[in-house]
Design a protein. Sequence first.
Length: 503
Amino acid sequence: MLHGLPLLSLLIWLPIAGGVGILAVGREDADRARWLALAVAAAVMVASLGLWFGFERGTASMQFVERVTWIEAFGIDYYLGVDGISMPLIVLTAFATVLVVGAAWEVVRYKPAQYLAAFLIMEGIMIGVFSALDAILFYVFFEAMLIPMFLIIGIWGGPNRIYATLKFFLYTFLGSVMMLIALIYLRTEAGSFAIQDFYGLQLPLATQTLLFLAFLAAFAVKVPMFPVHTWLPDAHVEAPTGGSVILAAITLKIGGYGFLRFSLPITPEASMALDWLLIGLSLIAVVYIGLVAMVQEDLKKLIAYSSIAHMGFVTLGFFLIFRILGGSGSRDGALLALEGGMVQMISHGFVSAAMFLCVGVLYDRMHTRRIADYGGVANRMPVFAAFFVLFAMANAGLPGTSGFVGEFMVILASFQAGFWYAAIAALTLILGAAYSLWMIKRVVYGEVRNEQVEALTDITARERLLLGTLAVVVIFFGVYPAPLIDVMTPSLDALFRLVVPIL
């Protein structure tokens, strides 16, 4: 029954309409704006659960499909659908938006209606990215994301917000222009802008290489991969808490999603020929960026760099499949690498959101992110400290948390590609533990050395609800990841079959 409803359109346009409605009726009444935003975000979350429970397992077919002609002269359709790759990311987006609205409840005092409206509009656009099956529709949503995030950082950000905003915009915009050229070329070859029509094209290696590099320019910046990662720490430091949550939990995942939806299935030969480049950049992110995180003095910068390192695991899992199959590895090992990268994307969405919310809790009380300004927080905020330590351990890949599952799957698959791939990748467990424990030791434990810390009060009921919900999710998928893996495996297997005929 759900498949007969335009559920994806509802998920896209309800938050956008809600954001516009808040701007119209809530600008002079902050409480009304907050309650309206919460109602809209909760409604979208409930609708996304309808997507989850109505999704048919065991098939790679696109579901909840909607298709109508949009721009007939150019053959562009309003074409939506989801599979096991995109559907979990949509649910994650809806979940993260509820967290952002809840986190802003008592904190955002400057233009709260506009702030909440920007996030709701952003939510609809991001769901559009994950739902679009027409290349131009995807590109429109992909570019439209820049506008609300530009405003969120530029208006509610820190002292250097203009620099961070312009850097974020230029990096992401310039990369996506190359993608647009690639999509137009593919339209001339396939006769359609439908993304799935691109999969059957038999393109020469030289053409695939150019297309692959065009997609890489767009998606590597979004992940972000080394060396185009420098915009992310600046954006995180200057962004408000909600902006950091959405950047880390959702926006970075669009880069990984792009590799699965475009690069691997459309340009499989080029993906194999250039896998050394992606694997090398991924391992640099895992090791070098992990070392960079260890020397940070700013809480947000430390977590931002750790996000880059963890996303390196995602791209490593995606592109190791060629080394696994080309060596002594098995098909199951290659599929495990894909699954591990995907699980890591979802897990990192929850864990990074939790980490930035924890930093937001401290910043709202102390108005500083310098690690040296803290110490002994557990003495004054024991409940908060328990949550913070849990999420830091999940960020370090502690077994029993969701942060361990994806990394373990990728490392296990890496052994089939070669011992050194696995050995280097496994360094993230050591480095992650090092910078996470270092941060916890200096922030949470020890004697109270700061008068501001002495005056801290523990988290409120609202904050306990937000962090407690995230804690349940992180532990649940850490102990029992099967529901997530069962959803995505058929679609990843179908993707795998599109790629492997070249071997």
